[in-house]
Design a protein around this ligand. Structure first.
Ligand SMILES: NC(=O)c1ccc[n+]([C@@H]2O[C@H](COP(=O)([O-])OP(=O)(O)OC[C@H]3O[C@@H](n4cnc5c(N)ncnc54)[C@H](OP(=O)(O)O)[C@@H]3O)[C@@H](O)[C@H]2O)c1
Length: 312
């Protein structure tokens, strides 16, 4: 089978599309014929070696996490799936799977679910990590309520575009940061206030918010504390929590670790089928053009997601 692998850490140029052995599913895995995948910043971190001390890998490995495809084989301990099921989920090597950017992927059954019936494979492949992240943050950590005010930092990105839609459905007032073509998109998705992050500082414009959801990281996360009411909640996808600052401001702050599970993917499917969440695919590349796909992600502004088409 064709697989996009890297055998040394580095930029997009280290990724090579090679002939690799088709994986064999373990007892707790399903073998998926991958139709489409999508790129996440985590894939860049793995490929660039940013996490090589924390997550040592034996190279070469097949890159990628998000998949949508058809189940073609089932491990002996797996229940709840059948050959022919259309599934979406995660197939990351770091979680003990065989990787997503390949024609076939062996992945733990607990990391996939039946994909939304109203989507094709391409749209479904854009959702697993970003959809699970947005859902987990807004419903579990923040427990967002109708009428509350939430600030979503990085609203035009993969997680941000889904988080805006979920927050809108809950009935919250949404402020967000975006730039360029993302601005019209986030308004269309439901943002009430949009701040162009290249020309204004959100912390000088917003105040009295109930919650902040940060997808940008660094010092930007701590800055969100300043716009919250006492008792507010701040969640970051990336940044460490400055506990002293959080307690000084009287807020709760968390760094989220997303768990892409069948349960959360099932919840996401319900929202997609109800028309609450619509996938946001900006560009599509073929597997052979994977280097260009990563360059587009890492060098430009993307509205939502970049998808890799693997099966024509
Ligand atoms: N902890 C976990 O389990 C977990 C899970 C999933 C994701 N993550 C992390 O969460 C982060 C977001 O993921 P994602 O998939 O949403 O990434 P993404 O699609 O790259 O979105 C990030 C967005 O932030 C925008 N941005 C960059 N700098 C900004 C600034 N100074 N102010 C406002 N917006 C800014 C980007 O705009 P441009 O396009 O203009 O740069 C982009 O739209 C990533 O760092 C990812 O690694 C963590």
């Amino acid at each position: 089978m064709k697989a996009a692998q890297f055998s040394e850490y580095g930029g997009p140029e280290v990724i090579q599309v090679v002939e690799a052995d088709k994986p064999t599913p373990m007892e707790n895995q399903v073998l998926v014929e991958v139709h489409d995948s999508s790129i996440n910043p985590f894939d860049t971190s793995i490929r660039a070696g940013y996490m090589k001390e924390m997550i040592p890998l034996e190279l070469p490995v097949t890159l990628g996490g998000d998949i949508a495809g058809e189940v073609i084989e089932i491990g002996s301990d797996v229940s709840g799936f059948a050959v022919g099921d259309k599934v979406y989920g995660q197939a990351n090597v770091v979680a003990g799977n065989s990787g997503a950017f390949a024609q076939f992927s062996a992945t733990k059954a607990e990391q996939v679910a039946i994909m939304p019936s109203n989507l094709d494979y391409l749209e479904s492949a854009s959702l697993p990590l970003v959809g699970a992240s947005a859902l987990q943050a807004l419903t579990q950590h923040i427990n967002l309520q109708p009428g509350q005010k939430i600030f979503i930092h990085g609203g035009g990105g993969g997680i941000g575009t889904i988080a805006i839609q979920i927050a809108k459905n809950i009935g919250a007032h949404i402020a967000t940061t975006a730039t360029g073509e993302q601005i019209e998109l986030v308004k269309k998705l439901g943002a009430d206030e949009v701040i162009d992050y290249k020309s204004a500082d959100f912390s000088e414009v917003l105040s009295d918010y109930d919650a902040a959801f940060d997808t940008v990281g660094g010092e930007e996360f701590t800055k969100t504390f300043n716009i919250l009411k006492s008792g507010g909640v701040a969640v970051s996808m990336i940044a460490e929590v400055d506990e002293a600052k959080a307690s000084e401001r009287g807020i709760s702050a968390f760094r989220q670790q997303t768990h892409v599970t069948t349960k959360v993917l099932d919840e996401l499917r319900v929202l997609v089928e109800a028309g609450v969440v619509t996938p946001q695919v900006d560009k599509v590349f073929s597997l052979d053009d994977i280097q260009a796909a990563f360059k587009a992600k890492e060098e430009g502004t993307v509205s939502g997601k970049i998808v890799l088409k693997i099966k024509d």
